[in-house]
Design a protein around this ligand. Structure first.
Ligand code: CTP
Ligand code: ZN
Length: 154
């Protein structure tokens, strides 16, 4: 019993488990969170594992970091069904869903090369989140629903 957690590969002690991520989106999720492993963080990623709820899912386990609701809400753009589990001393202490934010600031890059946010001005990108995509607040460029695979992180 005491070794339970050690026998179950991948259980984390303290941190965040992002579960039910749309299959194939795990690396985009890491990019959005600006996690690339170079900081030495302990991260486990499972991709396209079977899920009762969504067919195939990705799952990410980030040891030692509790993600805020603000951080995880941005993930709703690529992983609307994601469940966020905050783990403390091996137990799931909190479980919440991602919520679609009204706008996303400083995360996505505008695809319009002439947009003020992509020039060398100190202007953070700002996108309004619509039902079928996101719209740049500065130049109005619309990135439609199927934008997930074209998402560029600043
Ligand atoms: N988990 C983990 N390390 C822990 C505790 C939980 O990696 N110390 C993971 C589990 O493997 C699971 C997720 O966190 O993928 C959620 O855990 P739990 O709520 O116990 O699982 P379920 O009840 O199956 O979750 P859900 O109902 O959200 O599907
Ligand atoms: Zn723009």
């Amino acid at each position: 019993m005491t070794d339970d957690h050690q026998l179950r590969v991948g259980k984390i002690r303290n941190g965040t488990v992002i579960d039910h991520v749309t299959g194939g989106q795990a690396l985009t999720v890491l990019a959005i969170l600006d996690i690339d492993g170079s900081g030495g963080e302990e991260i486990s990623v499972g991709m396209n594992v079977p899920s009762d709820r969504i067919g195939r899912k990705d799952i990410l386990k980030i040891e030692g970091r509790e993600l805020s609701q603000e951080e995880v809400d941005v993930l709703s753009l690529v992983a609307p069904d994601a469940t966020i589990n905050i783990v403390r001393e091996y137990d799931v202490a909190e479980k919440h869903r991602v919520e679609r934010p009204e706008e996303v600031v400083g995360v996505l890059s505008c695809p319009n090369a002439n947009c003020i946010t992509t020039e060398r001005e100190p202007v953070e990108s700002r996108f309004a989140v619509l039902a079928d995509g996101v719209r740049c607040a500065y130049c109005g460029t619309l990135i439609r629903e199927a934008f997930a695979d074209r998402i560029e992180v600043e």
